[in-house]
Every structure is written in structure tokens, then in C-alpha cells.
Design a protein around this ligand. Structure first.
Ligand code: PNS
Length: 158
């Protein structure tokens, strides 16, 4: 079975992230969306809220039956090994993402040569969307309803 882990902070999940999940489902039999619990970061949404919102957002996605969602701490490659997943999925929006993603992919390969990173390009309509910008726009009273799944809206800080 082709199983991939899609790790991220997902604070919050955006339509760009969902686009990547849908694209990954077309290639992999199973995709595990893995929410990082990072004690050094103070996310705007706690992990249980992020998990619930992701579950809700995925329910209408084609391929939802192939997807599961969990939280994790520690290294992504260790999670991949525990799950028996051979691939890590990451999304690329623009060239500017590539440098840090390449570094992460190469480091992950150094740590776990048996786990490869597979990149998917987001649809162009999502290319300028980031969780950070969504949080900022929402905090300043802007409309982010075209950038995030509906379930996210009620959890964003006004
Ligand atoms: O959504 P993000 O914040 O871009 O996701 C970053 C993430 C979670 C993929 C990355 O920070 C990660 O994999 N963290 C887990 C710890 C780890 O494996 N670090 C080594 C990667 S080089």
C-alpha cells in the first residue's frame, strides 16, 4: 500500500492544504494528515481544535476515505516509520517555498533514507494563501472565507 504522511502545523488548515491532500489522494492509497504538537510554538488554535476542524474539512473532500488525521510530537520521519509510511507529502506554492522545503527534504532523507519526500504544487488560486496571512487578515477584520474551509471561520480570532 502506498502510504504518505502529510505533516504540518495547520494553524489553521487552508484551502491550499486541502488541495494538497486531494492531490496526494490521487497518487497514494492512504494519506495521514499529521498535526505537529510543538511545545516551543504557541499556536492560535489548540491541537484538539485543529484536529476537529481538519476532520470536518476533509469530510467533503473526494478521497476522504483514504485520509486519516492525527497529532504527533518529535520527528516526522519517526512518525513515518511508526506508521509504515514510505513518503512525506509537502506542498509548494511558489519558488520561495522551495529552498526551505528542499533543506527539510534533504535532512529528512539523511535521517531516514527509506522515506522520500513528494511535493505537490498547489492550484494557482491558492498560491498566495498561508496560515500566517490568514491569521493576520482575520485578526484585522478581513474576510478570509475564500481561503479556508468554512469550519475554520468560527475559530479564528476576530
Ligand atoms: O506547516 P509547517 O509549519 O510548514 O510544517 C513544518 C513541519 C511540521 C513539517 C516541520 O516543522 C516538521 O517536520 N517538524 C517535525 C520535527 C522534524 O521532523 N524536524 C526535522 C525536519 S528537517
Amino acid at each position: 500500500m502506498r502510504h504518505a504522511v502529510y505533516p504540518g502545523t495547520f494553524d489553521p488548515i487552508t484551502l491550499g492544504h486541502l488541495d494538497i491532500v486531494a492531490r496526494a489522494c490521487a497518487v497514494f492509497d492512504k494519506v495521514t494528515v499529521a498535526v505537529l504538537v510543538n511545545p516551543r510554538k504557541q499556536p492560535s488554535m489548540d491541537v484538539d481544535t485543529r484536529l476537529a476542524v481538519i476532520e470536518e474539512s476533509l469530510s467533503s473532500l473526494p478521497g476522504a476515505a483514504q485520509v486519516d488525521v492525527l497529532s504527533f510530537g518529535g520527528l516526522t520521519v519517526d512518525l513515518a516509520h511508526r506508521l509504515g509510511a514510505g513518503s512525506i507529502v509537502r506542498g509548494l506554492r511558489a519558488i520561495s517555498d522551495f529552498e526551505s522545503e528542499l533543506q527539510m527534504a534533504q535532512l529528512n532523507r539523511r535521517l531516514a533514507p527509506d522515506v522520500d519526500t513528494v511535493f505537490f504544487m498547489t492550484g494557482i488560486e491558492h498560491a498566495y494563501v498561508s496560515s500566517t496571512m490568514v491569521r493576520e487578515i482575520a485578526a484585522l477584520g478581513g474576510d478570509v472565507s475564500s481561503m479556508v474551509p468554512p469550519g475554520v471561520l468560527r475559530h479564528l480570532r476576530p
